[in-house]
Design a protein around this ligand. Structure first.
Ligand code: FAD
Ligand code: NAP
Length: 306
């Protein structure tokens, strides 16, 4: 029986594990991949206090190393469900079931697709959701980035390291991204913009993406543009499908908590990007992780077990 199982080892989950382990709880993280979560797909992080700039994988390792020293068990598995049995919970993967007094949900969010013709057909053949993973495959090409938020602008700038040009197509005439990123994009000679427009269809041949039909939402005009690759950054959906039955999410799947990170099920907490909230950042993820780690300790203590 664990005191707490943290599902997901992104920045939120790793911080929760750190605080819970330092409170002397028996802690495991249950992660389907490498520790770090979305940070592993981020080139340069420039808004995490203490570092002027640090690569995502490096920050991931800096967060992970103390957990091993504190005796946190790092279990591998894709969680498929959580069962509430009152004073304890059962966390299920395909092969295993783990018993724990508390659960901290930290499974983050995944990239939303735009849902246009050609997007799935050319996924991994020119359509990508990760500039850090795939950018180097697009050297000297003209690339399209879809979206107007932090991800589209930041990753668009990153792609200029490899690409001939990067065009950001946005459905409005004003970016949602932070001003500092906007200024950097506007100053970059390789970055161009197509405003008030959406992707209508991604086209290609048997091998890869060759062009994209883009529709101006104000005039309705559709024009075809040659691009060697399309990077989609149109927002996130929560990774919470496996929570069905617990009734702790809103209608879009974001987990609802109070300011102690507690869900409506006693002993089950949620933190990080998977929560219903406004600001999805590494700083907010780690702050919530700290709260949940301590709240898990308080819960276990109240059970009379510590
Ligand atoms: P995640 O980092 O998403 O981690 C969730 C973890 O849960 C993953 O490791 C995943 O494998 C695991 N998981 C999911 N489902 C399961 C399951 N069923 N079973 C087991 N494990 C599971 N924020 C900043 O502050 N600065 C930045 O510069 C910055 N750049 C970004 C760039 C991009 C392209 C993106 C998409 C985001 C960026 N962000 C940035 C936002 C930041 O990465 C997130 O807010 C943060 O990673 C959220 O942390 P998390 O731990 O909640 O979730
Ligand atoms: P986001 O902030 O939700 O932005 C999504 C963008 O895509 C918006 O500009 C939106 O347009 C557009 N969009 C949504 N659906 C669309 C569709 N169907 N077709 C065309 N465009 C569509 O998502 P994000 O940029 O991925 O960021 C996610 C979170 O991670 C945010 O909290 C962000 O702050 C954080 N993040 C932070 C950093 C950083 O701090 N450096 C970097 C990356 C991400 P509208 O603007 O019109 O809504």
């Amino acid at each position: 029986m664990y005191d707490t199982i943290v599902i997901g080892a992104g920045p939120a989950g790793m911080t929760a594990a750190l605080y819970a382990a330092r409170a002397n709880l028996k802690v495991a993280t249950l992660e389907q991949g490498a520790p770090g979560g979305q940070m592993n797909n981020t080139s340069d992080i420039e808004n995490y206090p203490g570092f002027e700039s640090i690569s995502g994988p490096e920050l991931s390792m800096k967060m992970f190393e103390p957990l091993e020293k504190l005796g946190v068990e790092n279990l591998y598995g894709i969680v498929s469900g959580i069962e509430d049995r009152g004073n304890y919970k059962v966390v299920k993967t395909g092969d295993e079931e783990y018993q724990t007094k508390t659960v901290i949900i930290a499974t983050g969010a995944k990239h939303r697709h735009i849902g246009v013709a050609g997007e799935e057909e050319y996924n991994s053949r020119g359509v990508s959701y990760c500039a850090v993973c795939d950018g180097a495959f697009f050297r000297n090409q003209d690339l399209l980035v879809v979206g107007g938020g932090d991800s589209a602008v930041e990753e668009g700038i990153y792609l200029t390291r490899f690409a001939n040009s990067v065009t950001i197509v946005h459905r409005r005439d004003e970016l949602r991204a932070q001003k500092v990123l906007q200024a950097r994009a506007f100053a970059n000679e390789k970055v161009k913009f197509i405003w008030d427009s959406v992707v209508e269809e991604i086209k290609g041949d048997d091998i890869k993406v060759r062009s994209v039909d883009i529709k101006n939402v104000k005039t309705g005009e559709v024009t075809n543009h040659e691009f060697g690759g399309v990077f989609v950054y149109v927002g996130l959906d929560p990774v919470s499908d496996y929570l069905t039955g617990l009734d702790i999410t809103d209608q879009n799947g974001w987990v609802i908590t109070d300011d102690k990170m507690a869900t409506s099920v006693p002993g089950i907490f949620a933190i990080g990007d998977v929560r219903q909230k406004d600001l999805r950042q590494i700083t907010t993820a780690v702050g919530e992780g700290a709260i949940a780690g301590i709240e898990a300790y308080n819960y276990v203590t109240a059970l009379g077990d510590k």
